[in-house]
Design a binder for this molecule. Structure first.
Ligand code: IMP
Ligand code: MG
Length: 180
């Protein structure tokens, strides 16, 4: 239990556990094979995970281009599930292998939108890496190829993920328990 911003935070996945999973995922990604790889981090939540994962990829000699796309859902938490692009990638994905990186796969609406978009743009192959998979919350027909951890149905923060723009800076994934 840590106290951050006056709140009690329970650590769900530690710095060490995350680092270990990142290395494991990087090894799996390398073993999967790839051609002209472009990794696309879905902002904002995935920026810390993506930064660590690409350095883990370096350790296994995978040398991708790195891009960013910023996506938002209309009325998050509603059933609509429409997703819009706030900021697009600048590079072409045609005939290339794409690795989408996101923090959490929950309903799946965000990643399904991103995957369909890249396929529509002519990507050769689209794979998905997520740090956390909240499988019980899935609505869209989509799964990740590389998963760090199965995540219980808690609202989590840290390691890039926020609640009300706070807690992205935590080096671990935690759950806000309440006022300290
Ligand atoms: P979905 O799969 O389209 O439902 O959206 C998943 C996105 O919602 C993730 O990329 C996160 O940005 C956000 N999200 C879902 N669950 C959590 C959580 O527990 N903490 C912080 N953000 C979350
Ligand atoms: Mg997100």
């Amino acid at each position: 239990m840590a106290i951050v911003r006056g709140k009690e935070i329970e650590v769900l996945f530690s710095v060490e556990q995350i680092a270990e999973q990142n290395l494991k995922m990087a090894a799996e990604i390398a073993a999967g094979g790839h051609k002209d790889l472009i990794v696309i981090a879905i902002l904002k939540g995935s920026f810390v995970f993506a930064a660590d994962l690409i350095r883990a990829l370096h350790a296994v000699k995978v040398e991708p281009e790195v891009e960013f796309i910023s996506l938002a859902s209309y009325g998050a938490g509603t059933t609509g599930g429409e997703v819009r692009i706030l900021r697009d990638i600048e590079s072409e994905v045609k005939d290339r292998d794409v690795l989408l990186i996101d923090d959490i796969l929950e309903s799946g609406n965000t990643l399904k939108f991103a995957r369909d978009l890249m396929i529509e743009r002519g990507a050769n192959k689209v794979n998905i890496a997520v740090l956390l998979d909240k499988h019980s919350k899935r609505k869209a027909d989509i799964d990740a190829d590389y998963v760090g951890f199965d995540c219980p149905d808690y609202f989590v923060v840290g390691y890039g993920m926020d609640v009300g723009h706070a807690f992205r800076e935590l080096p671990y994934v935690g759950v806000v328990k309440g006022d300290a």
